[in-house]
Design a protein around this ligand. Structure first.
Ligand code: FMN
Length: 455
């Protein structure tokens, strides 16, 4: 079965060095976030499993997506091949299959018996308005076509059967809700809490309207996702999910939601202020609880990254086949993008920067470098900025462009955007220093053997 628990048990056995299991009793609020945030400076932050979070009654997992190496392992590939892997797999979407029963409905709580305050939602940051669900995948049907969409939305616990929900990224869920609301109807949704990480990665992707992200999950799994129908809503949920919250987003109801510590590193009350009312909680007999560490954390930022980088790269290459690599660095939240190119014409770098700005409204700064610069090494990109850029000629700014509303420096969802051509201009005659390859290899060997002797 492709589920969260089996995945983690297998992963702990295959990569024990990449898992921290905390058996000590932990307070419910802040501590799980603090554990995840304390790993931020590590080269490869581990997944964290907390066995004894106060009043949780189940293991609490965080930081699952905080490492590119782990994401590559989850997808069955390597870090270097991640973008190609995504591009190849997503060409062959695999529809889900409906099955008659699933472990996600071993326990069904309906009506007054469904009490969300019993679940281990926690306060993450000191500025948060309350307890939040951060890992919920919202499954919903297009009110016109019935096509299923998956997306993430932060949910603030407000009572046993009431949550605030924000769909500020204005993706397909936002569009579905607005169309349902225009007819005075609620939007039925099922919120999946804890599932195999491939399902989560697929849910974080932004496919064209009408493409069912469950089919992306199937493509990445290599076989159809098994789904069951919700018990109170006509929405499919993975049969192997840990916990499912069924309910509806109410039409024409808005209530303050937030502030909440977002991926920008700031707490924000910028929200669509929607309201979700609960009709059922279903779960496995012994579920595990998955938290995605919010705030400026790799867990949150990397979850949707691979798809975004792969898609922007694919689209750039349709126009400029000489684009080599792309990287959204964690330091830039979702707003900075580094691209390398084997420049063929003097205007290629600016052309590439303009395309990237047009393809992804989140990007505020694009830096285009030559292909001798590793875009995954931020120090190298900064070195290219320092040594190949003449600001008066190589920087351009475009005013008044749509952006992500959570950028605290933006107003009304509009921002100016910047492109920097950090490639060598024509006639460049400065030579990079280098060393003979065999000498470099020898140096690494020598250092390795001396380090071993010291240990
Ligand atoms: C961990 C995580 C949390 C997110 N939280 C929110 C949120 O609270 N509200 C929102 O509108 N988008 C949020 N997003 C972004 C959307 O879920 C994401 O862009 C999604 O792919 C949109 O898909 P759609 O266009 O198919 O609906 C979040 C993404 C991730 C990875």
């Amino acid at each position: 079965m492709h589920d969260l628990q089996s995945f983690l048990v297998q992963y702990m056995s295959d990569y024990p060095e990449d898992v921290v299991r905390v058996t000590e009793a932990l307070p419910r609020d802040y501590q799980v976030t603090a554990l995840a945030m304390a790993t931020e400076q590590m080269a490869e932050p581990p997944v964290i499993v907390c066995d004894a979070v106060e009043a949780a009654g189940m293991p609490v997992v965080t930081n699952l997506f905080a490492s590119r190496v782990r994401i590559a392992r989850i997808l069955g590939t390597t870090v270097e091949a991640l973008h190609d892997h995504w591009a190849a797999r997503s060409k062959h979407l695999i529809p889900p299959v409906e099955v008659s029963e699933g472990v996600c409905q071993e326990v069904c709580r309906l009506g007054d018996d469904a009490d969300a305050t019993q679940l281990p939602f926690m306060v993450h940051f000191e500025q948060d308005a309350g307890r939040y669900l951060t890992s919920g995948v919202v499954a919903a049907r297009d009110p016109d076509t019935g096509a299923v969409n998956l997306s993430f939305a932060r949910m603030q616990l407000k009572g046993p059967r009431r949550f605030g929900i924000s769909v500020h990224s204005r993706g397909h869920l936002w569009d579905y809700q607005r169309r349902a609301e225009a007819r005075g109807r609620p939007l039925d949704v099922a919120v999946v809490v804890g599932m195999h990480p491939i399902y989560m990665i697929a849910a974080a992707s932004r496919m064209p309207m009408g493409v069912d992200e469950q089919e992306v999950a199937g493509a990445l799994l290599g076989h159809p996702l098994e789904v069951v129908r919700g018990v109170t809503v006509d929405v499919p949920v993975p049969a192997a999910a840990e916990i499912v919250l069924e309910g509806r987003i109410e039409p024409n109801v808005r209530e303050p939601e937030g502030p909440f510590g977002e991926y920008t590193g700031y707490a924000t009350a910028r929200s669509t202020n929607n309201v979700f009312t609960l009709t059922a909680i279903t779960h496995r007999r012994q579920p595990w609880f998955l938290d995605v560490c919010p705030g400026h954390s790799r867990d949150h930022l990397l979850l949707g990254r691979i798809h975004k980088e792969a898609e922007v790269l694919r689209k750039l290459r349709e126009v400029l086949p000489n684009v080599k690599a792309i990287h959204y660095p964690v330091s830039g939240t979702h707003y900075h993008c580094y691209i390398s190119i084997a420049k063929q014409r003097p205007g290629d770098a600016r052309h590439c920067a303009l395309l990237a700005l047009g393809l992804d409204a989140y990007i505020k700064l694009v830096v285009v470098v030559d292909d001798d610069v590793d875009v995954h090494n931020e120090a190298e990109v900064m070195w290219a900025l320092a040594t190949r850029v003449q600001p008066a000629e190589d920087v351009f700014i475009v005013h008044g462009v749509t952006c992500n509303v959570l950028d605290p420096s933006s107003y009304d969802g509009v921002s100016s955007k910047m492109g920097i051509d950090a490639t060598r201009p024509a006639g460049w005659d400065a030579q990079r220093t280098s060393l003979p390859r065999e000498v470099v290899l020898r140096a690494h060997d020598l250092l390795r053997s001396h380090r071993n002797r010291l240990q």
